[in-house]
Design a protein around this ligand. Sequence first.
Ligand SMILES: Nc1nc2c(ncn2[C@@H]2O[C@H](COP(=O)(O)OP(=O)(O)OP(=O)(O)O)[C@@H](O)[C@H]2O)c(=O)[nH]1
Ligand SMILES: [Mg+2]
Length: 556
Amino acid sequence: MPRSKPDIPKVRGRTLSDPLSAALLPPPDESPIERDLRVKAAIDAKKVSDSIDDMIRMERNERKKSKAEVNVLLLGQSESGKSTTLKQFQLLHSPSAFHAERIAWRAVIYLNLVRSIRRILDALAPESDILDDHDDADDNPDPAETASVIITSNGRPPSAILGTQVPNYESYRRRLEPLIELEERLIRLLSSPDEDEATRLGPSRPAWEQYANYYRANENTPPHPNGTTSGRPAPTIMIPQKKQTSSSSVMNSANGTSSKNKEIAVHTSTNWKKALSLGNRSKSPKSAHSGEIEGWWEDPDDPVHTLNACSPAMQELWRDPQVRKRLQEKRLRLEESSGFYLDEIPRITAKKYIPTDADVLKARLKTMGVVEHTFSIPSGSNRGVEWRIYDVGGSRNQRQAWAPYFDDVNAIIFLAPISVFDQARHILTYATQDPRVNRLEDSLLLWRSVVSNKLLANVNIVLFLNKCDLLQAKLEAGVRLNQHMISYGDRPNDYDSVSKYFRNKFGVIHQSYTPNKERELYIHFTSVTDTSRTSVIISSVRDIIIKGNLRNMRLV
Ligand SMILES: Nc1nc2c(ncn2[C@@H]2O[C@H](COP(=O)(O)OP(=O)(O)OP(=O)(O)O)[C@@H](O)[C@H]2O)c(=O)[nH]1
Ligand SMILES: [Mg+2]
């Protein structure tokens, strides 16, 4: 069916100097019969052209339907749980690949554990001036964001002056010293061996290491407090860009294609997992002649030996009541922090330790750049829908990499960690007077900017109010929401009331700012480290996204 009234071919907007316009003009001496013939020929030609257009359109829709594609973006601030959600997708849809990679996570888990120990020692150091809030390290290193240090007028942090002294500190420090070297080694192992700049260490050496160095040189005199800084940020591993693979690939953070922009912060699972191919050795047959070994535990250079040797000291440190008291004074709640394995030291430091699924889900490795994973997910009568899931870095200096993905995204899963209402990030920018920004406020602002984005007006949005397990534990421990969010007022401080309050807060922002009032918002309360509950949620999210996608395709 022709879509417009048949007429002579349109040449509107062209001038006579345009050769096409000139060619389409009727001949000057055209008779009425010739005119009718010419108009009929033009109408026939247009019919043919329209039917070709229709065929092309139908073919494209058919192609889309048969090889349906879904692009999903995981968004949210740093440490909100995006990469963990991606791991859950992997566990659900490519479990064998997930299990095959478990061994490679050993290095990350070791690094998380060693870092927790170092943070305790930093907090115990007599002259330590580490920040009370561990999440401050979130977005380092970024020139616009610097962790602030609370220093009194005499240059010493208040907690160092008034805090509980741990008499065994020196002994712990000495016994755990090999872990300093191990931390550096693990970071080197995880980064690419041929990239000098591959690994970014934090801005300074840790307080306890400075103290240790000083102490070695000046046995009994304590070091000068000046010059010490806060604990290091979470290890950030910068991995060079490699050719993309279909199942797991890496993108340039700036334009999603090449490495032109030297500011690329690439973080690919493929690369670092290969770099630590410790697991391969377990497959080698043991042979006295070739020197092959049965497993990594027989390799004297494997990091497990240092950990294993330090295991008793680590356990004593973590069990020590005075240490716990000191951590409380410093408001350092390691139990809530990412990559927490202190309650499982004997199991993690065992020579033949293999990470469980739960360990991998708990492991913390900050994402730099954008990581893409594809899955083929069967859906109803469809042969298989190809899902592309993009996991982005959530820290502030990573967010500019998000926009290029807005163009052809079908759905967004936005993660907001609602347990962080009592945490602040230290941000020093020219525009910010108060360097402390509440992390939940940060999430709300980010949410507002995503839901109000016009490019995303027709994109399905699913909101995960995440870290509900930590929220519940925090409320049960007596932390009051109204002390951090005045607007909460006198409402009860229990999980039900608080979680509803947050759902409402995020919902109202969506309602007020969405450019598409028809858009439905799907909200889930999640703890994405919990596999059984998350797999149910993922299945329902999958259906919502597929339905929304089909609806949008019909509108095309
Ligand atoms: N207890 C608990 N821990 C969680 C939950 N979700 C994520 N985590 C942990 O929080 C840490 C951070 O999660 P990630 O998935 O790495 O966060 P991300 O959003 O990818 O962070 P960036 O890569 O920095 O943007 C990890 O150690 C997770 O195991 C949750 O619901 N409960
Ligand atoms: Mg991540």
